[in-house]
Design a protein. Structure first.
Length: 198
């Protein structure tokens, strides 16, 4: 029986990925577009309407948007996990039960929602969990560890990885660039988050 060329296919795929990553790095460092990736046409992006911004600044923003997407997905996936576990334990009205700390989580979330309403902007959600911070989500998990113990390998690991993610999140959430080392730390921390899940 002839051997399958899986090793050659994997090697070919990895070589292509390495070339693509190298080209992306060159694009970022020199603020140029080598055209190796299919990108959304600039005319479809709102940033294209603001040509007053320097090209380098727009390029930096486009690069940083990838890390915002990572945090958007991570934070919302954690919200969904917490809500699903809590609903299973305490029912649909879990938010108003004893599992959510009134002063540290429930009141601050309600205050954020009220601030949005009072400002005249459309509230982001009807669910108060959508007004929790990354740190508050971590606290919900650790405060209710008996519910999350089957999901995560270690309470201490959840706290440590959450703290690291929260620190890495700061520059991204506040529109500051991060260097390559911090970007690598972010990718590693996100992978670690999923690894500590049982």
């Amino acid at each position: 029986m002839a051997s399958r060329p899986d090793g050659f296919i994997r090697a070919f795929g990895m070589a292509g990925l390495q070339i693509s990553l190298s080209m992306s790095k060159i694009e970022r460092e020199f603020g140029i577009d080598l055209g190796h990736e299919t990108k959304t046409a600039a005319k479809n992006r709102k940033a294209a309407e603001y040509e007053q911004f320097e090209a380098m600044l727009r390029s930096e923003a486009a690069q940083m948007s990838e890390f915002y997407e990572v945090f958007y997905c991570l934070e919302n996936s954690i919200r969904k996990l917490v809500a699903d576990v809590m609903v299973e334990d305490a029912g649909a009205d879990w938010w108003n039960g004893t599992r959510v700390d009134e002063d540290k989580i429930r009141k601050p979330a309600a205050s954020r929602r009220k601030k949005e309403i009072d400002s005249g902007i459309t509230p982001r959600s009807d669910r108060l969990i959508d007004y929790t911070t990354f740190g508050e989500l971590s606290q919900l998990i650790t405060d209710n560890w008996e519910l999350f113990d089957p999901i995560f390998q270690s309470k201490t690991a959840v706290s440590n990885v959450s703290n690291q993610l929260n620190l890495l999140r700061g520059p991204i959430a506040h529109c500051n660039p991060t260097d390559e080392l911090e970007q690598e730390r972010l990718n590693l921390a996100v992978r670690t988050w999923f690894k500590i899940m049982s």
